[in-house]
Design a protein around this ligand. Structure first.
Ligand code: ADP
Length: 170
């Protein structure tokens, strides 16, 4: 396969429920290494999401629109099928701590079993974000804690708007 070309696409998959500054840190790093980066947002059936796919998509799109070589898309089904559909063999994942390692290791090897030429590339965020997760932000949102410093500004505003609407409807 012809790999070293300007058409190379690296895919950063995840649920991004919601996008955090940790995710954006990884996207920034990836955008400096790879000519094209696709942030692929999945509806993960084994997880209960706080935000709909549309909400996660629009939050992420707004957060990265300034980075010219980054696109945000949604996908369902197997990641390797999605990679094939856009002619990519390269997966980006973020690695925060040792606790991420076992799951990520399993996932990387499983994807390699499913698609022989796939490569998973791990990037580490700034140490400021190594403790940060979407689930922490969800918990803070749910309990009314301040999560402003953990998410991009547009995400902060959007979550507040969504929550306000939800409370009105309860
Ligand atoms: P998934 O549901 O696939 O785990 P997430 O949205 O939780 O999706 O995470 C997507 C990717 O981003 C994963 O590789 C995860 O390890 C990584 N990630 C999540 N939070 C951070 C963070 N604070 N810093 C760096 N990487 C992160």
């Amino acid at each position: 396969m012809y790999r070293k070309n300007e058409n190379l696409i690296a895919v950063y998959p995840g649920s991004f429920d919601p996008p955090t500054k940790g995710h954006i840190d990884i996207i920034n790093r990836a955008s400096k290494i790879f000519p094209n980066v696709v942030v692929a947002i999945t509806y993960n059936y084994s997880k209960n999401h706080m935000f709909s796919l549309e909400e996660r998509l629009s939050m992420m799109k707004e957060a990265v629109f300034k980075i010219k070589n980054v696109k945000v898309e949604a996908f369902s089904g197997l990641l390797v099928d999605y990679l094939n559909s856009i002619n990519s063999f390269c997966i980006i994942r973020g690695l925060r701590a040792l606790s991420d390692f076992e799951y990520e290791f399993q996932l990387a090897l499983m994807n390699r079993k499913l698609k022989k030429d796939v490569e998973t590339i791990f990037l580490m965020p700034d140490k400021e974000y190594t403790f940060l997760s979407s689930s922490m932000v969800r918990e803070l949102t749910f309990l009314g804690g301040n999560f402003k410093k953990f998410v991009p500004n547009n995400v902060y505003k959007k979550i507040n708007k969504i929550e306000k609407k939800r409370r009105k409807n309860v």
